[in-house]
Design a protein around this ligand. Structure first.
Ligand code: SAM
Ligand code: SF4
Length: 332
């Protein structure tokens, strides 16, 4: 028998984001610095430790979905082994849903193995269609490989394939319509993400955030849109193209926070349990596991942490405090 994991605001936890590594083959400027210090390998959770925590959350609390992220999840060796063990978990409603967020650069190489292991949904990051700009934004000349990774994902049969695009004013906001057109042409949903204050350099600037209303208005001028009702707990608000050629999403974390519907908890690569991207505290499940704590003891820690989940982040408030870790160290 499972029972719901409920926070003090009545939100039921259903989704687990697992960062499998803090390492990455890119250095996107809105996320990382050029020079990063990686976690020592001994501090990164083993697959067995990740699986134990995921199983506990699924078996006891009925979590329905898991998303692998990082850093770049595909740089972790033998990721298909972890996917296979997570895809084997199930609730009374059936197998859990296993998804991944990736920069896509190695999908042509590893995508089929991940699919065969049970991964079904991928979100691939793509912020620009211009090669020089891509290199400036990611500090890597890899646009061709990412575009090929997107094509590979569609060919392999991942469904849906979604594109994540972080929008920064003066950097790539002149490409909103081109990226929307890319999504329409390739049958993939583009989800524009408002830039959040989680970059490693601390260079985030609210003036560079392009808000949801502006994003939607600019696309609607060229490709008329109508809203898709009822987001539920998903972070993206969605619109469909009135001509029937697919849909587009916006994740308005800054201008219209969706904390009230948040059903997520997170596990960092070094085994810290977090109840919000912006949490300033975390629960050290790695240390607890390595001390030999039982599942009941781990569950008690998880329940205590969820019992302290806050109502929402405070990006727009004067008392906002950036978390100590940046996006790639938490797991976006
Ligand atoms: N490396 C993978 C990738 O880039 O898709 C997965 C990890 S990445 C941290 C997850 C998502 O967070 C990506 O879509 C990325 O664009 C997004 N992201 C990174 N830094 C961000 C920031 N400061 N604000 C908003 N989104 C960000
Ligand atoms: Fe790496 Fe993803 Fe961060 Fe880019 S956004 S640096 S690909 S973790």
């Amino acid at each position: 028998m499972t029972r719901d994991l409920v926070d003090p605001f009545g939100r039921v936890i259903r989704d687990l984001r697992i960062s499998v590594t803090d390492r990455c083959n890119f250095r996107c400027t809105y996320c990382m610095d050029e020079e990063m210090t990686w976690l020592p390998r001994s501090e990164v959770l083993t697959f067995e430790e990740i699986e134990r925590l995921a199983r506990l959350l699924v078996d006891r609390y009925g979590l329905e979905s898991v998303r692998l992220t990082g850093g770049e999840p595909t740089v972790r060796a033998n990721l298909d082994r972890l996917v296979g063990s997570l895809a084997a978990l199930s609730t009374e409603a059936g197998p859990i849903d296993v998804a991944m967020t990736t920069n896509g650069a190695t999908l042509r190489l590893v995508g089929q193995r991940l699919f065969d292991a049970g991964l079904r949904r991928v979100n691939i990051s793509l912020d620009t269609l211009d090669r020089d700009r891509f290199e400036a934004m990611t500090r890597r000349d890899e646009l061709t490989r990412v575009l090929d990774g997107i094509a590979a994902a569609v060919e392999i049969g991942f469904d849906p394939v979604k594109i994540n695009t972080v929008v920064q004013r003066g950097v790539n906001d002149d490409e909103l319509v081109d990226l929307a057109a890319f999504g329409r042409d390739h049958g993939v949903e583009v989800r524009f993400i408002e830039w959040m204050p989680l970059d490693a350099s601390g260079g985030w600037d609210s003036a560079a955030v392009v808000g949801q209303d502006e994003i939607v208005a600019r696309i609607d001028e060229v490709f008329p849109l109508e809203p898709v009702p009822a987001r539920g707990a998903a972070p993206a608000d969605r619109w469909r193209y009135r001509d029937g050629r697919g849909s587009v999403g916006v994740i308005p974390s800054v201008t219209k926070p969706f904390c009230g519907d948040c059903d997520r908890v997170r596990l960092t690569a070094d085994g810290q349990f977090r109840t919000c991207l912006f949490s300033t505290d975390e629960s050290d499940l790695r240390a607890a596991m390595r001390r030999g704590e039982t599942d009941d003891e781990l569950a008690a820690r998880i329940e205590r942490a969820v019992g302290a989940k806050w109502a929402g982040h405070r990006i727009n408030q004067v008392d906002f405090v950036r978390p100590r870790r940046s996006m790639s160290q938490i797991g976006g």
